[in-house]
Design a protein around this ligand. Structure first.
Ligand code: PLP
Length: 380
C-alpha cells in the first residue's frame, strides 16, 4: 500500500514503541503514589514534560498533558473563555477554516453560554490577514484562535504577526498546531502564542494523547475536574506510556525535521508537477509557497471524489478528500467554501499528504495510476 494520508494520522515510530514499552507492565505505578514504583512513573512524566517544554521553548510548568488534540483545543478555548466570562468578556475571534475541535467548541459557547464569535475571512489561498484580526478585536474580546497550518489545504498562517497584535491588545492567543508539529519547528516565544495545542498521532506518536502549552499568567479554568493532576488544570491519572511516547516522538521529529522537510517538499513538487502535466482540469488549493512541505491538496474538476478514493484504494493507494472526520459524507468542505470555492468545485477536493514512508518510487507509481483512474471516474 502507498500511504498518502499523513495529515489524517501517522504510523508510530518503532523507537517510540520502544520508549513506551517499560511503562505498561514494569513501571506501571501511578505517578501520584508515594512509593518507589509511583515515583518512577512521576519521574518519567516530568522527564517527558521537560523534553516537550525544551522543544517548544517553554517552561515545564506550562505544559499540560491531555488525551488528544481535540481535548487540548477544548481546554484552551473553554478554559480561557469561561474564566473571561466571569469578567464579562464574551467575544471570541477565529477563522472559518479551523478544525471542528475549535469551531464546534466556540459554537457551543455561543449556544449555551451567550458568547459571540467573529469569524475573520481568509483569502482564496486560505490565508488570514493579521490586519483583519486587529480590526476584529473589541474591549470584550476573550480569546483569539488561529490555526498554525490548515489540515485540508496545508496553508501556514502568519502566527507570529497575529501573536504580536494579540499581545499589543492584551488578548490571549491560541493556536491549533496539530498539523504543524511534524514539519515545522514550534517556538512559543517566536510565535508569540499563549496557548498551543498538539496531538501525538500526527508526528509518529500514539493516538489518544496530546498536550496544551499554557503561557504562565494565562487565566484558564479547568474543563475536567477531579484530582489535582497537571496542577489542577486537567484532572485524571496521567497516561504515562503515551506521554513518554509523545515526548520521544516530538524529539525524533525535531531531530529529523530539516532533512525530512526538504525531502518531502521535493517529493511533493514532483507529484504536483506530474499531476498538472498529466491530468487536465486540476487546480492546486491552498497557498503555493506558504504550505506544509508534504501537503498536496487539489480540486479535480468533474470528479466525484468518493468514487476516486475508492478507485485509489482498490489500486493500493490511501488518500483522502480533506479532513478525515468529514470523509464519507458528501458535503462540500467548509474550508474550501470559506476560501471562495463553489460547492460543486469543493466536492472535487483530493488531499495527498506525504510522510516518512513515502519514496520517489511511490510518487512514480501514483503518477502512473492516477491519470487513468481520474479518466475512468470522470467517464463513469
Ligand atoms: N486540529 C487539527 C488541525 C487536526 O487536523 C486534528 C486532527 O485531524 C485535530 C485538531 C484533532 O486532533 P485529535 O485527533 O488528536 O483529536
Amino acid at each position: 500500500m502507498i500511504y498518502l494520508d499523513h495529515s489524517a494520522t501517522t504510523p508510530v515510530d518503532q523507537r517510540v514503541v520502544e520508549a513506551m514499552a517499560p511503562y505498561w507492565t514494569e513501571m506501571y505505578g501511578n505517578p501520584s503514589s508515594v512509593y518507589g514504583l509511583g515515583r518512577r512513573s512521576a519521574a518519567a512524566l516530568e522527564d517527558a514534560r521537560r523534553t516537550v517544554a525544551r522543544l517548544l521553548n517553554a517552561q515545564p510548568a506550562e505544559i499540560v498533558f491531555t488525551s488528544c488534540g481535540t481535548e487540548s483545543d477544548n481546554l484552551a478555548i473553554r478554559g480561557v473563555a469561561l474564566a473571561a466570562a466571569a469578567k464579562s468578556r464574551r467575544h471570541l475571534i477565529t477563522t472559518p477554516i479551523e478544525h471542528h475541535a475549535v469551531l464546534h467548541t466556540m459554537a457551543d459557547l455561543v449556544e449555551r453560554f451567550d458568547f459571540e464569535v467573529t469569524h475573520i475571512p481568509v483569502d482564496r489561498s486560505g490565508l488570514v490577514d493579521p490586519a483583519d484580526v486587529r480590526a476584529a478585536i473589541r474591549p470584550d474580546t476573550a480569546l483569539i484562535s488561529v490555526m498554525t497550518a490548515n489540515n485540508e489545504v496545508g496553508t501556514i498562517e502568519p502566527i507570529a504577526e497575529i501573536g504580536a497584535i494579540a499581545r499589543q491588545f492584551g488578548v490571549p492567543f491560541h493556536t491549533d498546531a496539530v498539523q504543524a508539529a511534524a514539519s515545522l519547528s514550534l517556538d512559543v516565544e517566536a510565535l508569540q502564542v499563549d496557548l498551543l495545542a498538539l496531538s501525538a498521532h500526527k508526528f509518529h506518536g500514539p493516538k489518544g494523547v496530546g498536550l496544551l502549552y499554557i503561557r504562565k499568567g494565562t487565566r484558564l479554568g479547568p474543563v475536567q475536574t477531579g484530582g489535582s493532576q497537571e496542577r489542577g488544570r486537567r484532572a485524571g491519572t496521567e497516561n504515562v506510556p503515551y506521554i513518554v511516547g509523545m515526548a520521544r516522538a516530538l524529539e525524533l521529529s525535531a531531530m529529523d525535521r530539516p532533512a525530512e522537510s526538504a525531502r518531502l517538499l521535493a517529493l511533493r513538487e514532483r507529484l504536483l508537477a506530474g499531476i498538472l502535466s498529466r491530468i487536465p482540469d486540476v487546480e492546486l488549493t491552498g497557498h503555493r509557497e506558504r504550505r506544509l512541505p508534504g501537503h498536496l491538496s487539489l480540486i479535480v474538476r468533474g470528479v466525484e471524489v468518493q468514487s476516486l478514493l475508492i478507485a485509489l484504494d482498490l489500486a493500493g493507494i490511501a488518500a483522502s478528500s480533506g479532513s478525515a472526520c468529514a470523509s464519507g459524507a458528501p458535503t462540500p468542505s467548509g474550508v474550501l467554501r470559506a476560501m471562495g470555492y463553489a460547492p460543486n468545485e469543493a466536492l472535487g477536493a483530493l488531499r495527498l499528504t506525504l510522510g516518512r514512508s513515502n519514496s520517489e518510487a511511490d510518487i512514480d507509481t501514483v503518477l502512473e495510476l492516477l491519470p487513468e483512474l481520474v479518466r475512468k471516474v470522470r467517464g463513469a
